[in-house]
Design a binder for this molecule. Structure first.
Ligand SMILES: *[C@@H]1O[C@H](CO)[C@@H](O)[C@H](O)[C@H]1NC(C)=O
Ligand SMILES: *[C@@H]1O[C@H](CO)[C@@H](O)[C@H](O)[C@H]1NC(C)=O
Length: 488
């Protein structure tokens, strides 16, 4: 009898534990397996931890580099196509390896909580893409450019600085290139906190690292040796601008990795640096003086101070100025903020600088007015840096979960880089496969390209929900109806 009773007790306990586990499984599905696609956004998802998060969309920029219409528009405006190929032989090299397809597979597998996926193109449509998928939207530059008269644009910084204007885009969005791939389940809090107040990234080469041999320091004219490419030049341009704005600092470069951006901060950034951002947006081709997108955005976010200029003005400068006459006291405040001695030369220097900002040529007779002072970025920056100790945003550097895998130009290096990835893969969520195939040795180029393709096929073999089924292909590959004939 006693035995029976304890058997029953054990059964009850076992059944309860079993039921409890089922209930637990129901409420807390394994965070490591992404099995269901959220209906709309993170909120609609089954992942309890993320149910109160705002929606996050994903924006890709994509170019079909083998599209002759695109090549013609980009390189051959005034030339005929054949001559153009001879003039720019490397345009043969712009072939599409289907990176976007694999990148979307990786998102489908490991980041399927993103709500909508926008693919920004120069009127091109990938031949394998199912454009009927409700989560996919192809956007052309005309759809969101502030001033479409500056189009066409082949400049990625110009395009990137405008994508926040895409109609219907979520307030927080991820910007990602098609050579980026997700390698394991990755959650939004890797990039931004739930309240949107803290942005974090593990993608930065840290400032310390940037001094090491692994990466050349490129700011402050310290780089010697080979000519910098336009990308590095534009980083240097922003670095120098930010030195003038926020003070001298060692700023690390963010590699080619996905990041979370916020629409309202983009607007703020453009208001804060109107000349630089407008110039970049209007460039049709990449330029060395571009306001590099990630670098300008994230370093603004890291460094911008909370400063109420108006209030500071009213309290410290305005009331004692009879609009155009400064007293010693005020000049002291200004020279002090600018790190200058109070001296007639300093006063001349400040006046000259403000005159230049306002395109006033006759500096000598210029009288510094309250209005001019108030409009001056030079003064704003100096006062903000001196009298505000509060940063506007939070930012966190975390351990790197990103790996840049250089594909080419050498075979041994490529193999080594991939091995390196496997050795560290437990710590890596995002990779960039950046191909720099050797020119001249066609066979070698193919060999190296195949290493990359095999890697992608191995890791992302299952077609995603964004692809046409049964190897179907779109027949129309441009949504502007242009063909080569339109150029003759
Ligand atoms: C790219 O464009 C070429 C030429 O129009 C086309 O043959 C190819 O299918 C396109 N590739 C993709 C991925 O759409
Ligand atoms: C494209 O996607 C739609 C909506 O998801 C689906 O109904 C359709 O079967 C797909 N078409 C192909 C050819 O895969």
């Amino acid at each position: 009898m006693k035995n029976n009773f304890s058997n029953r007790k054990i059964t009850i306990v076992l059944v309860s534990v079993f039921l409890f586990l089922i209930v637990l499984k129901f409420f807390y599905p394994s965070q490591n397996k992404i099995t269901e696609i959220p209906a709309d956004n993170i909120k609609g998802s089954v992942w309890t931890k993320y149910k109160d998060w705002p929606p996050i969309d994903l924006v890709y920029t994509w170019v079909n580099g083998s599209d002759p219409v695109h090549l013609k528009k980009k390189f051959c405006d005034a030339l005929d196509f054949k001559n153009c190929y001879t003039k720019y032989p490397n345009i043969n090299g712009f072939t599409d390896h289907g990176e976007l397809k694999y990148s979307l597979r990786s998102v489908d597998m490991y980041m399927s909580w993103v709500r909508k996926i926008y693919i920004v193109t120069n009127n091109q449509i990938p031949n394998w893409l199912n454009t009927s998928n409700p989560r996919i939207q192809i956007v052309s530059l005309e759809d969101f450019y502030e001033d479409p008269s500056t189009l066409p644009s082949f400049s990625s910084p110009s395009i990137q600085h405008q994508i926040y204007r895409i109609k219907g885009l979520s307030e927080y969005f991820i910007s990602m290139d098609d050579d980026n791939f997700i390698t394991k389940p990755s959650w939004p809090d890797l990039l931004v906190s739930q309240d949107g107040k803290t942005f974090s990234t593990d993608f930065y080469w840290t400032a310390v690292e940037s001094h090491s041999k692994r990466q050349r320091r490129i700011g402050h004219n310290e780089v010697k040796g080979p000519r910098l490419n336009e990308f590095l030049e534009s980083i240097k341009y922003v670095d120098t601008l930010y030195d003038q704005t926020y003070g001298y600092a060692y700023r690390s470069i963010m590699p080619h990795a996905p990041g979370v951006f916020k629409k309202s901060i983009m607007e703020e950034l453009h208001k804060r640096f109107p000349i630089q951002s407008q110039k970049t947006i209007r460039n049709q081709y990449r330029h060395r003086d571009d306001f590099q997108f990630q670098f300008s955005y994230f370093w603004y976010l890291i460094q911008e101070k909370e400063f109420n200029f108006e209030e500071y003005f009213q309290n410290n400068l305005a009331d004692q100025i009879n609009n155009n006459l400064f007293d010693t006291n005020k000049w002291n405040i200004l020279t002090d903020a600018l790190g200058l001695k109070y001296h007639s030369d300093s006063i001349k220097r400040i006046t000259r600088k403000i005159a230049r900002e306002n395109h006033i040529l006759q500096e000598d007779g210029m009288v510094l007015t309250l209005q001019l002072l108030k409009k001056s970025d030079y003064i704003y920056n100096a006062l903000a840096n001196k009298y505000s100790s509060k940063l506007k945003y939070n930012f966190k550097f975390v351990d790197s979960r990103f790996r840049f895998i250089a594909i080419g130009p050498r075979l041994s290096r490529t193999k080594f880089n991939i091995k390196e990835y496997y050795r560290n893969k437990d710590k890596i969520n995002f990779i960039c496969l950046n191909d720099d195939l050797p020119t001249g040795d066609h066979e070698l180029a193919i060999k190296i390209e195949n290493i990359m393709l095999n890697f992608l096929k191995k890791h992302y073999h299952k077609p995603s929900q964004f692809e046409l089924k049964d190897n179907k292909r779109n027949s129309v590959l441009r949504n502007d109806g242009l063909t080569l004939d339109d150029f003759d």
